[in-house]
Design a protein around this ligand. Structure first.
Ligand SMILES: Cc1cc2nc3c(=O)[nH]c(=O)nc-3n(C[C@H](O)[C@H](O)[C@H](O)COP(=O)(O)OP(=O)(O)OC[C@H]3O[C@@H](n4cnc5c(N)ncnc54)[C@H](O)[C@@H]3O)c2cc1C
Length: 341
């Protein structure tokens, strides 16, 4: 049993963010879990302690694996993190298996666990860094799949109302790398996600890059997707990054047509979605470096830490790229990564 809450002061956040930004938090609170089959039983006491310790009375930020955040300075407040918790089968209904995963678990560990137990659906999300909690906040996606496709319910603690809630996918208002949680930053602490998976393996190979992927088993597909990802993206242990730094922009019909007339080879997707990576690449950014921040040579969408950069430096480079894309194409890029001041 671990009903503990640990609180430390003046803590370096370097181990807790994949960009490798070296800042400190005034306080770091790590929420443990208690025994119990349902998440509310497991989290009630630690959260009560968190509240009693005054963590929600002044500034706080909920941090998962720190793989989509950029701290721009020391954080003057409490950074709240969830400890790992557990993954288990919640219930079975014929071919459908509901898997319960606590927010602090690494998403990829959950995918691995499911594949090993012959529970299918999450394979295409293999090797996305970060936690289960953030997977629903961000509605993570890759290779033609998004977290929302497999979410059955999300258990949260509503910090504002001081109560627990179980939200349906509709209530989560999932969108492209977004959810209702992003409309109310800091209001909800995600505690647990129930994923709806299948006992039957039906490989999802609709995404172009997966057309020729080996897929005799979910494990084989997962391994191939993992290899493909790391052939294009910086590994956090080697080069700090937040993955794709910008969202793919969605433009209006007229803008899409105007750009296609001028750039007939421009990649574009249903709903007038453009490729942010392509736009940035066309502006000549791929492989460039400004001081200690670089644009990844294999993927222009990724900014990386070329050695001891600060979050402020990352913000300046991101802004320079945004301005360049806006003046070249008339398209505004929105950051997917989250700056924390
Ligand atoms: C190399 C690399 C590759 C990546 N590839 C992809 C990809 O293919 N697809 C994709 O979608 N993303 C990708 N990302 C981005 C990142 O993996 C996702 O955004 C992920 O969901 C972030 O998880 P995290 O736990 O690190 O969250 P953090 O970065 O710590 O936090 C992200 C947001 O979630 C909130 N949050 C975290 N946990 C909780 C919680 N328990 N309750 C409430 N709010 C919470 C935070 O407050 C913050 O707003 C990549 C990142 C890297 C570094």
């Amino acid at each position: 049993m671990n009903d503990s809450l640990t609180i430390e002061s003046n803590v370096s956040l370097l181990p807790y963010n994949t960009f490798g930004i070296d800042v400190k938090a005034s306080r770091l609170a790590i929420v443990g879990t208690d025994d119990g089959n349902n998440p509310i039983d497991r989290y009630s006491k630690p959260i009560e302690k968190l509240r009693s310790a005054g963590c929600f009375e002044s500034r706080y930020f909920v941090l998962g694996g720190g793989s989509n955040v950029v701290f721009t300075r020391d954080y003057a407040g409490t950074v709240v993190m969830m400890s790992r918790g557990k993954v288990a089968v919640d219930r079975v209904d014929g071919d459908t298996v509901y898997v319960s995963a606590d927010a602090g678990m690494t998403l990829d560990d959950v995918v691995s666990w499911c594949v090993a137990k012959d529970l299918y659906g999450l394979e295409n999300l293999s090797a996305i860094p970060g936690t289960v909690g953030a997977s629903v906040v961000q509605n993570v996606g890759a290779y033609g799949a998004e977290a929302k496709d497999y979410v059955d319910s999300v258990c949260v603690y509503d910090i504002q109302d001081n109560g627990f809630k179980c939200l349906t996918p509709e209530e989560c208002e999932f969108g492209y790398r977004s959810s209702m949680f992003k409309r109310f930053p800091g209001r909800y602490l995600v505690l647990n996600v129930i994923y709806r998976l299948s006992r039957s393996f039906v490989p999802n190979l609709g995404y172009k890059a997966l057309e020729n992927m080996p897929h005799s088993s979910a494990k084989e597909l997962r391994d191939a997707i993992t290899d493909l990802r790391w052939s294009k993206l910086p590994r956090p242990a080697e080069h700090g990054s937040a993955g794709s730094f910008f969202k793919n922009p969605i433009v209006d019909e007229a803008t899409c047509r105007r750009l296609l007339e001028k750039y007939p080879n421009m990649p574009h997707y249903p709903g007038n979605k453009l490729s942010a990576g392509w736009l940035i690449d066309q502006c000549g950014w791929k492989g460039k470096r400004i001081g200690r921040v670089g644009v990844w040579p294999n993927q222009a969408l990724v900014l990386y830490n070329a050695g001891g950069c600060t979050g402020q430096e990352v913000r300046e480079v991101a802004e320079t790229i945004r301005t360049d894309v806006a003046s070249t194409f008339g398209v505004e890029l929105e950051c997917e990564a989250i700056f924390v001041d």
